[in-house]
Design a protein around this ligand. Sequence first.
Ligand code: GLA
Length: 382
Amino acid sequence: MFESIVKTFTEKYNTTPRIFRSPGRVNIIGEHTDYNEGFVLPGAINKHIWVGIGKRNDNKINLFASDFNELHSFDVTTIQRSSVQWTNYILGVVDQLQKAGYTLTGFNLVIDGDVPVGAGLSSSAAVECAVIYALNELFALHIDKLKMVHMAQKAEHTFAGVQCGIMDQFASMMGKKDHVIKLDCRSLSYEYIPCNLEGYKIVLFNSNVKHNLASTEYNVRRQQCEQGVHMLQQFYPEIKSLRDVNMKMLDEHIAVADPLIYQRCKYVVEENARLLMACDYLTKGNIPALGKKIFESHEGLSKDYEVSCKELDFLVDLVKINPAVAGARMMGGGFGGCTINLVKEDAIEKLIDSVKMIYEKETRLPLTSYIAEIDNGTSEVN
Ligand code: GLA
């Protein structure tokens, strides 16, 4: 990838670039908990968005995406949302930097990568993090990583229109090889936990269902959680988010009043509890027990939070009875994308073959699979 970016950049812009990359992510457990100030357990993976970048002497921004073979130009002094969706992840970052008072001049950029888009592996966060990190270096802005994470998240809110939590950008920027990040999304304190899977590996099955419902329904889930908090604040004014809520409160005050809101909040409260147990199991190397929590997480996401879809449910059901699979669930925002599976190393090849055959026959969609290795976060590549 490094060579091909340099080559494209040199051909397009006649100069040599600096090269940066930022990874996609997996999340072991803790889904839809980040914007509820709960916990998540993501790790950066060995799939990246790559950016080649160089300064210009004027105010022009040239963006070239190798995947689309498209070049679009903008003026750095008049940044706004564009009708070309992929450019918004980059322009959104430029906009955030400007809003924070940083002065940028023109630059040339080439973007490429191997994080599949719409697969729930956070390709958009990887773009935002790669770009903000690259601009920070290029213009010597001296912004610290955590601030960049916040700005990248904000770019997603404003230019991509998804009211996402902080998990994806955090994992992409802060990832550490062979470790997952136990992140408290309230305090943003975090701990790197060694991802020792005791002979299991992380296998991703991409349903190849693209989540077009995803951004609207995602924002709806966020609102439903906020509504639950709002309802409970009448009884417990000290409550700030679902992090402060327990099942007793939900049973007493929401179950009857609003069954749908109850279902949503219940999932979040249970998922936080599952995550804490799961971390404990991971630390102790008890992968079968960890896997059980992962299966339970899927059940909650599918039945209570209702962010799964029939293809994802099918993929999880398919591996559930397989003794080589410790756990499986849908991952990320939902409505398509990947399932994450913990699979015994010596059974992976056979499993991939059989799941592919059965899934493709049943759904008439292609199944793609990846073995994810946990990698480092955003960096410059020399
Ligand atoms: C998307 C969002 C994250 C998180 C997950 C669900 O990936 O970007 O912030 O909310 O969905 O866990």
